[in-house]
Design a protein around this ligand. Structure first.
Ligand SMILES: Nc1ncnc2c1ncn2[C@@H]1O[C@H](COP(=O)(O)OP(=O)(O)OP(=O)(O)O)[C@@H](O)[C@H]1O
Ligand SMILES: [Mg+2]
Length: 236
C-alpha cells in the first residue's frame, strides 16, 4: 500500500482557560493520500485551523500522532521539525502574509534563503510562471488579491512540498480569482501533492475529492451535502 502523505491518529489539542479545559481537537483521525484533495468545513471555532497547525507541525498535539510521508513527527526535536516542515509542507493562508517591502519574486525566494539553497531567482521565477503571475517585480500592495495569493502559492511551492495546507485560501478573493486558484490546486493535485483545504466557499469545497466536517474538534462526517449545508449556516 502507498504511504499516505498525511496520517493523523486520534489527535487532541487542549487548552487551559482558567479552570476550564477546552478541547480544540478531540480525537481527530484522518488520512490524505498522494494526489488527494481533502476539504475541511465546519463552523467557526470547530477546530479547523487548530488541525492544520498540527498537520503542518506548527503546533504539537496534546495527545495523538501525526505522520507525514511515513515519518512520525510527533515528538521530533524542534530543530529537526523546522527542517522537516520546510522540506515537506507548504502553507497558504487567507491573508497571504507576504512581506510588504519585498517584491513578488523576492517573497518567493525567502524559503530558499532560509534553507540556504542556490539558483533562487531562477527557481522563484519558475514558480511564479507556474501560478501565472507576470508582475514578478511588483510589491504586494501593487497586486490585486488574486495575484497576491498566486505569490503566496508560489512561495509555498517553490521547494516542492508533498503536502499543501490551505486555510481559507479564497476567503478574500473574487469569483474569478477563486476559479484561477482552484485551477492551480487541481494542477498540483495531478502532480501528486496531498492537499488539505479549509474553506467556507461552497464552490471550492465542491471541487475537492472528499469533504469532512468538524464539529467540536472531531469529525462529524455526514454526506457531502449536509456538511456543506451546516457550514453555510455557520456563515449567517
Ligand atoms: N491558543 C489558543 N488558546 C486557547 N484557545 C484556543 C487557542 N487556539 C484556538 N483555541 C480555541 O480552540 C477552538 C478551535 O479554534 P480554531 O481556530 O481551530 O477554529 P476554526 O474552526 O479555525 O474557526 P474559524 O472558522 O473561525 O477560523 C476555539 O474554541 C478556540 O477558541
Ligand atoms: Mg480558522
Amino acid at each position: 500500500m502507498q504511504t499516505p502523505i498525511l496520517q493523523a491518529t486520534d489527535v487532541w489539542r487542549s487548552y487551559q482557560r482558567g479552570s476550564e479545559t477546552i478541547h480544540a481537537l478531540a480525537g481527530m483521525s484522518l488520512t490524505v493520500q498522494a494526489g488527494e484533495m481533502l476539504g475541511i468545513v465546519g463552523r467557526s471555532g470547530s477546530g479547523k485551523t487548530t488541525f492544520l497547525n498540527q498537520a503542518g507541525c506548527l503546533d504539537t498535539p496534546t495527545k495523538g500522532n501525526i505522520n507525514i510521508c511515513g515519518t512520525e513527527v510527533t515528538g521530533m526535536p524542534e530543530k529537526e521539525l523546522v527542517a522537516f516542515r520546510r522540506d515537506h509542507i507548504g502553507f497558504i493562508f487567507q491573508l497571504f502574509y507576504l512581506i510588504p517591502t519585498l517584491t513578488a519574486v523576492e517573497n518567493v525566494e525567502l524559503p530558499m534563503i532560509f534553507a540556504r539553497e542556490s539558483r533562487r531567482r531562477e527557481r522563484a521565477l519558475e514558480a511564479l510562471e507556474r501560478v501565472g503571475l507576470r508582475e514578478v517585480n511588483a510589491l504586494p500592495h501593487q497586486l490585486n488579491g488574486g495575484d497576491m495569493q498566486r505569490v503566496a502559492i508560489a512561495r509555498a511551492l517553490v521547494r516542492k512540498p508533498q503536502l499543501l495546507l490551505a486555510d481559507e485560501p479564497t476567503g478574500r478573493l473574487e469569483h474569478q480569482s477563486r476559479t484561477a486558484i482552484m485551477d492551480i490546486f487541481r494542477g498540483l493535485q495531478a502532480e501528486g501533492l496531498g492537499i488539505v483545504i479549509v474553506t467556507h466557499d461552497p464552490t471550492l469545497a465542491d471541487e475537492t475529492d472528499r469533504i469532512i466536517e468538524l464539529r467540536d474538534g472531531r469529525i462529524s462526517s455526514p454526506g457531502r451535502d449536509s456538511a456543506m449545508e451546516s457550514s453555510l449556516k455557520s456563515e449567517d
